[in-house]
Design a protein around this ligand. Structure first.
Ligand code: MN
Length: 286
C-alpha cells in the first residue's frame, strides 16, 4: 500500500493519479497522553491502520494527486539517521573536490565516520519547498533511498533486519557544504525531504536493487541503483542499531551516489525511485 499524509494531516491511499481519503483509519490508533511514547504512533500501528484503510477504500472519497499537498509520511520520528559516504563513486567525487565539500582531509568510509543524525525539525514532505537559509554558500541535493523503521529494536542482526522495516520513501538529504559538523549542515529546517508517500515493505521485492535518479530544472544530476550501496539496507540496520535503539517511525537516509550538486532559489528538483514514486520539490530562499 502507498500511504500518504496530506493537507491538514489527512491520511490517504495513493491509487494511480488519485488519493483516496482514509483518514478514518486513524481511529484505530490509541489515544495517548503525556508523556506520549517515543516514535510515530501511525507507524507503530501500521498493520492495523492498513487493514482499516483497506476496508474504507471502496467508499473513500478520491481527489486528484495534484490537488492535495503532500506532507512527510512520517510525522514523529525520534531520529532521522544519515549514512555518510555510502557509495564509492560519491567518495571519489568528494575526494576529487575537497574544497567544495569543505573537507581538508581524505574522505574515508562509512565505518570510519559512523552514522550522523539530522534534526527532526528539518523534515518536510514533497509539496513543501526546500528553503535556503544561506544562499551565499553551496547547498546540495542528495537523493537517497529512505527506509522507515517499523518496529523498535536494538542490536538487530543482519538476518533479522528486514523484520524491522515498515516501508520506503524517497529521501532528499539536503546539505550546506562547509566545515561544520554534518549534524549542523544537514539539519536546517526543510533539509530532510521525505516523500512522496510511504510504500509498505511488501511492495518492494528487494530494496538493494532499485534504480533512482534526480534532475534539477530537467537536467539529470544523479542516477544510480541501490545495488551500489557499500552498506546495504540490512547492514545499515545492523550497524546503526549497534549504536542506538531504532524506534518505529525512525527514518534512515541510506546514502547518496555520485553527482551531488548545487541548488538555488527558483530551482525544481524531480526525484524518482523505482517502485516508490516520483516527486517534484521546489527550492526557494528562506
Ligand atoms: Mn546523504
Amino acid at each position: 500500500m502507498r500511504l500518504c499524509r496530506f493537507d491538514n494531516d489527512r491520511l490517504g491511499v495513493v491509487l494511480g493519479d488519485e488519493i483516496a481519503d482514509v483518514t478514518e483509519a486513524l481511529d484505530v490508533l490509541p489515544s495517548v497522553r503525556w508523556p506520549v511514547p517515543l516514535g510515530d504512533l501511525l507507524i507503530q500501528h501500521l498493520d492495523e491502520v492498513v487493514a482499516k484503510a483497506e476496508g474504507l477504500l471502496p467508499n473513500a472519497a478520491r481527489k486528484p494527486r495534484t490537488s492535495v499537498k503532500l506532507l512527510s509520511p512520517v510525522a514523529n520520528p525520534t531520529k532521522v539517521i544519515g549514512a555518510p559516504v555510502n557509495y564509492q563513486l560519491h567518495i571519489d567525487e568528494a575526494n576529487a573536490d575537497k574544497a567544495s565539500f569543505g573537507q581538508s582531509q581524505e574522505i574515508k568510509s562509512i565505518d570510519y565516520y559512523g552514522p550522523f543524525l539530522k534534526a527532526n525539525t528539518s523534515l518536510i514532505g514533497a509539496d513543501e519547498p526546500v528553503e535556503i537559509r544561506f544562499p551565499d554558500r553551496r547547498n546540495d541535493h542528495e537523493v537517497e533511498l529512505a527506509v522507515i523503521i517499523g518496529k523498535t529494536g536494538t542490536n538487530i542482526s543482519y538476518d533479522d533486519a528486514m523484520d524491522y522495516v515498515a516501508g520506503y520513501a524517497i529521501g532528499l538529504d539536503m546539505t550546506v557544504r562547509g566545515t561544520e559538523d554534518r549534524s549542523v549542515r544537514k539539519s536546517l529546517d526543510t533539509y530532510s525531504v521525505l516523500g512522496p508517500w510511504l510504500v509498505t515493505k511488501d511492495e518492494i521485492a528487494d530494496p538493494d536493487k532499485l534504480d533512482f535518479w534526480i534532475t534539477v530544472n530537467n537536467e539529470i544530476r544523479q542516477k544510480s541503483n541501490t545495488s551500489y550501496l557499500i552498506y546495504d539496507v540490512r547492514k545499515q540496520i545492523e550497524y546503526f542499531s549497534s549504536f542506538y535503539t531504532l524506534v518505529a517511525g525512525d527514518v534512515i537516509m541510506t546514502g547518496t551516489p555520485e553527482g551531488v550538486g548545487p541548488v538555488k532559489d527558483g530551482d525544481t528538483m524531480v526525484a524518482e525511485i523505482e517502485g516508490i514514486g516520483r516527486m517534484e520539490v521546489a527550492v526557494r530562499n528562506a
